[in-house]
Write a new protein. Structure first.
Length: 435
């Protein structure tokens, strides 16, 4: 596949971006919108309608979201028996949603998104907020352990934005002594209004194909509490991040429940100010792609179609697919780390098939970004990938340490590539938006 030069990336016009990546939802009531279950790609599967705000549904990739939801069904938290975990005199209801950047389409490659962002909002009623927090954290830990012991998921651990290392790894959760420490670390994160997510991998099979792959899931959690005799919910963490602001639901009832804690007006000045603040913070931290998404949502809330469509032209660039490659390399590294700690925890079949898919994607996409700074790096990445493939063809168990070293190098350098892609896109977008 030929490379794409800096300005060729944005050769498609804004109208094309709107037509390809946006869908007009149907209005049910003043705040409630829906999309019919369009399904032309996965005809063998029956999809539900999606519900949410007009802004969220406008940019949603309906078919891919529904396909992920279909694959995620065996891992739903609703399969847990909450009443066995809760203290007496407490009730719990949980609603799930796909959120954040997982709503948007990917256009550069006809392939499934590798990483998905999902959200659980727990609504707990009972006598005490503090006891409800205890219930909430017990459910989170119980859910992670259930995923590990009773499903095909490979659990990595709980994370926060401030470290690449988990604040509570699977190893910590399994160990009864470390589990109590993990409980305290999770509590501390929520007390300072820090988002927490559970990272795990789930296998899936492409319809009408024997090909197996895996999704990386980042699952966010928040608690909303109220006493039985009150109407106002109190949230454990503020609902102002990207993953809180744009999300879609799989039933009307779930979305109506979410509206009880959602911002009153998606277009109000306070919310827009928060979004633009997030843009500046993301850019200052070097998270340019996340900053673009905050900017996109802000323009959509403002009904500024012209500026929103300029940002949507990012979908015609290699940016997201290179990001996906780095995420897939990191996920494979996660699997190897599990194997190095405890060989029985390494899902060899998941790793082998995942690596084969990774090699195929590298061959297709590594040269998509055409940049003088990458001319020597791109073939070097492929050489190390092929060397790793040779190691796997011999004996995975005996070569795990070398495989780990290779994957660290590959991840580091594909991540560097993604930053070059971001900077190219940033310069072109700045020129486009300034016109």
């Amino acid at each position: 596949m030929s490379g794409i030069s800096k300005f060729d990336m944005f050769s498609k016009n804004q109208l094309t971006a709107i037509q390809e990546f946006c869908n007009l939802p149907v209005s049910i009531s003043e705040k409630v919108f829906m999309h019919d279950p369009v399904n032309t790609k996965y005809r063998s599967l029956k999809f539900p309608s999606l519900y949410g705000s007009e802004e969220s549904l406008f940019i949603s990739d309906i078919q891919e979201i529904n396909f992920f939801a279909h694959c995620f069904e065996p891992y739903l938290a609703s399969k847990l028996k909450f009443q066995e975990i809760l203290h007496k005199n407490y009730t719990c209801e949980v609603i799930g949603s796909v959120c954040g950047k997982s709503l948007l389409s990917q256009s550069i490659e006809e392939s499934q998104r590798i990483e998905w962002t999902y959200s659980y909002d727990f609504f707990i009623e009972g006598p005490s907020f503090n006891v409800s927090i205890q219930n909430f954290l017990r459910i989170l830990i119980k859910y992670a352990l259930w995923l590990d012991s009773s499903t095909e998921a490979t659990v990595i651990g709980f994370f926060s934005p401030y470290s690449k290392n988990p604040i509570a790894s699977l190893e910590d959760l399994i160990n009864p002594k470390e589990r109590q420490v993990s409980y305290g670390l999770l509590l501390s994160a929520y007390q300072i209004n820090t988002p927490v997510w559970l990272r795990f991998l789930i296998p899936y099979q492409i319809p009408k194909s024997k090909e197996s792959k895996f999704f990386i899931v980042h699952l966010y959690f928040n608690l909303h509490y109220k006493p039985f005799n009150k109407h106002q919910w109190s949230s454990l963490r503020a609902n102002d991040r990207l993953e809180d602001l744009i999300k879609v639901f799989f039933s009307l009832e779930d979305y109506q429940k979410y509206l009880e804690i959602a911002p009153d007006d998606f277009g109000d000045e306070d919310l827009l100010e928060k979004l633009f603040n997030h843009v500046h913070v993301s850019f200052s931290e070097g998270q340019y792609y996340r900053g673009y998404l905050y900017l996109l949502i802000a323009y959509i809330f403002q009904r500024n179609e012209s500026q929103a469509s300029r940002i949507l032209t990012l979908n015609f660039t290699p940016l997201e697919i290179i990001f996906d490659l780095s995420k897939q390399a990191y996920a494979l590294l996660d699997l190897v780390k599990l194997g190095l700690n405890n060989l029985s925890k390494l899902d060899k079949d998941l790793f082998t098939k995942g690596f084969q898919d990774f090699v195929s994607k590298c061959e297709k996409c590594i040269y998509l970004e055409r940049n003088i700074y990458l001319e020597s790096l791109q073939p070097a990445i492929l050489r190390v990938v092929y060397d790793t493939q040779e190691l796997l063809n011999s004996n995975l168990e005996t070569s795990l340490l070398k495989v780990s070293e290779n994957l660290k190098w590959v991840y580091k350098n594909i991540n560097s590539m993604s930053k070059v892609c971001v900077l190219s896109a940033r310069e072109v977008l700045k020129e486009l938006i300034s016109h």
